[in-house]
Ligand binder design. Structure first.
Ligand code: NDP
Length: 347
């Protein structure tokens, strides 16, 4: 048995409303050993993503919840430190689902080998991974962008929103990014090449958004819900498309929002404006993964798609960073740098 300790973050309790640090517990456990067809990976990078808020609830959803006392789940880039698989050997860098912990035993069939010479390995958790593919597939399949159309997207400096905006621009759209605060709005224009940026925290946000979309909105890529959706809704043009990707403003709601029931107006607009509003989960389009990798890889190499990372150091800081993500304190793809490659395998 190895005496190397594996620090890991467990779900301690289910949040009522907004999660707090008390919902997590850090513990050290003996480092696990791989069985046949498995490898032991040392986590180098952990991805923190909004969907993890849903996994903290017991409610039925498209994926099973994390159990109380279980390791929080999450995508990871790790280094193989010992292997009982013919497919992987020590030193390989792999993409997997290791969770919020320093070491993980993972089955060979769940892993993809990464080439560190092709791209920084952590991009497999961001622009070249799940969030990038979410942007690519949701925009193309449901948004169906056409030259000259106006696209709006919120959470627009995050890995999904920033990628949506840049792809839409490549497809000839006019792009309007919505983000929280002046620094993020500046980055939308200067870094990511949006045509206009609107701060959803401004008191006159609905008016500013209307002014930024003089011809209305043809595609609204929905990441947020809440007050942003309320401001977008009247601006939707006839035949507008709304890929419903996320609704982070509502993830911690414990009751329906106050106010009148707006369902009749929504259904009225769907009918009279012939709106197409469709939810999706990225893996609905798993068959398009190769197209995504090829096209996105080329756009990044050509400098046509930019990405921004927000890196936090150490597994112990994952809970605090995750709470910040839900509040908009991240600025770019949120990653935890857990370790550097090249350490010896535990015995
Ligand atoms: P981000 O890195 O963009 O982080 C979330 C951002 O949401 C925050 O930084 C904040 O940005 C914004 N935000 C939080 N609360 C509010 C609010 N009340 N009103 C407006 N904006 C808010 O996240 P991702 O790019 O990883 O994910 C974006 C969305 O896509 C999420 O809803 C996520 O759940 C969804 N998603 C869906 C997938 C699918 O398969 N359907 C797959 C992957 C992601 P700001 O400061 O700018 O407000």
């Amino acid at each position: 048995m190895s005496d190397v300790q594996n620090r890991r973050i467990l779900l301690a309790s289910r949040p009522e409303g907004k999660p707090t640090l008390d919902n997590f517990r850090i513990e050290a456990a003996p480092c696990p050993s791989p069985g046949p067809g498995e490898v032991l990976t040392k986590t180098l990078w952990l991805s923190l993503d909004p969907y993890m808020r849903g996994r903290m609830n017991a409610a039925k959803s498209y994926a099973a919840p994390v159990g109380i006392g279980e390791v929080m789940e999450g995508g990871t880039v790790g280094e193989v430190v010992s292997s009982r698989s013919d497919l992987f050997r020590p030193g390989d860098i792999v993409l997997g689902h290791g969770g919020w912990q320093e070491y993980a035993v993972l089955g060979e069939k769940t892993l993809r080998k990464l080439d560190p010479a092709a791209a920084p390995v952590q991009t497999a958790l961001g622009v070249l991974g799940m969030p990038g593919m979410t942007a690519y597939t949701g925009l193309h399949n449901i948004g169906q962008p056409k030259p000259g159309e106006t696209l709006a997207v919120a959470a627009a400096t995050g890995p999904v929103g920033a990628t949506v905006g840049q792809i839409a621009r490549i497809r000839g759209c006019r792009t309007v990014g919505i983000a929280g605060g002046p620094a993020k709005c500046r980055a939308l224009i200067e870094e990511f090449g949006f045509d206009a940026a609107v701060d959803h925290k401004a008191p006159d946000f609905p008016e500013k958004l209307a002014a930024a979309c003089p011809g209305g909105i043809d595609i609204y890529f929905e990441n947020v819900g809440g007050a942003v959706w309320t401001a977008v809704f009247p601006l939707l043009n006839d035949f507008a498309r709304v890929p419903v990707c996320g609704r982070i403003a509502n993830y911690s709601d414990t009751a329906p929002p106050p106010g009148p029931d707006r369902t009749p107006q929504l259904f009225g607009a769907i009918l009279t404006k012939r709106l197409r509003i469709q939810g999706f989960i990225v893996w609905d389009f798993a068959s398009q993964a190769k197209d995504f990798q090829r096209e996105m890889g080329a756009w990044i190499r050509e400098g046509r798609i930019k990405y921004r990372e927000d890196v936090v150091e150490g597994i112990g800081n994952a809970p605090e960073a995750f709470l910040g993500l839900l509040e908009g304190r991240n600025f770019g793809k949120l990653l935890v740098k857990v370790a550097s490659p090249g350490m010896q395998a535990p015995d």
